[in-house]
Design a binder for this molecule. Sequence first.
Ligand SMILES: N=C(N)NCCCC[C@H](N)C(=O)O
Ligand SMILES: O=C(O)CCC(=O)C(=O)O
Ligand SMILES: [Fe+2]
Length: 363
Amino acid sequence: MATDFSSIPLIDVSALLAKCDDPKMGEDPGVLEVVRQLDKACTEAGFFYLKGHGVSDALLKEVKDITRRFFELPCEEKTKIKMTPAAGFRGYQRVGENITKGTPDMHEAIDCYKEVTRGMYGDLGKTMEGYNQWPQNPPKFKVIMEEYISICTGMLSHPFISIPIILFPGLEFFILMMILLVRAELARKIMRGIALALGGSPDEFEGQRAGDPFWVMRLIGYPGLTTTNGTHEAMKNDIGCGAHTDYGLLTLLNQDEDINALQVRNLSGEWISAPPVPGTFVCNIGDMLKIYSNGLYESTLHRVINNSPKYRVSVVYFYETNFDTAVEPLDTIRTRKNGTKKFEKAIYGEHLVSKVLTNFVDV
Ligand SMILES: N=C(N)NCCCC[C@H](N)C(=O)O
Ligand SMILES: O=C(O)CCC(=O)C(=O)O
Ligand SMILES: [Fe+2]
């Protein structure tokens, strides 16, 4: 239910993060103020800047820098991790390989997904079966990206961590768990705030719905305008990424700090800029959250046009539901107030697969 917003609101979520695992979080005035702002932003724009998130500026910068260094490598090097159907559509795609509404996008990217082992989700998951392809170059690429993913997702749902903690409740594991508890789970915590905003319990998006979240990460590079005789005009209207909505619950976008390229569509169809705000994420609602909210929240259309002479990098993390979850409007006071159920059940994995299978040519 987007409106004619003319700018994207900025929300400081530190009060929410501080109280997020307190059973009484829903009564805390600081939390409730963040929840009110989340509700307003999700209703009016489906987009907001996120501040007070606790992720260090150094890590935000590091993931973009290392991504940029990868894209600077020669084509032969990059295609060593070429995206293929056999790898579950994970890996490197060249400029023009991603298609949005029939038009090739002017970006190159590495796509990563939560790893899916054979048979994990039966036939539903076949397309996404595979392991991430990490480049050897630049060194430490995999370690840095996995650190970033774990901070965004939350490690508690990670079986490799939680199983040892259960089996060996020794001091080292206790310490490890404390470290992980304080530093991780950004997206899960924001979803706890959004659950309250929708009139539900904070746990609404845990367990069957998103307790084992399927995450997606896209590392994207958008070439700048090519120069012809010193002027930057040749590609003026090339679209870096065509208008689309995101597929899951919540997107956390970490964009280059000096280029204004992301645009968000409001109700009248105007494109509103979402310029970089240093130290923040740009967050937006995906299609599954639109359904859960019974249409109260919009998965807003957005696109990228890099009209600058500089190469632009963004690191985009998508927090999604469990892969095989059937998504339907929540039954809360707020969602009921928006009328009868406006959506049929959708299986997130089916939605993702239908997108992945139409996003590329000739792979
Ligand atoms: N995993 C996500 N959300 N990726 C967004 C990519 C958007 C472009 C894609 N070709 C499309 O048409 O959807
Ligand atoms: O690069 C950006 O700013 C946005 C990318 C995006 O919208 C996407 O990958 O879904
Ligand atoms: Fe997007």
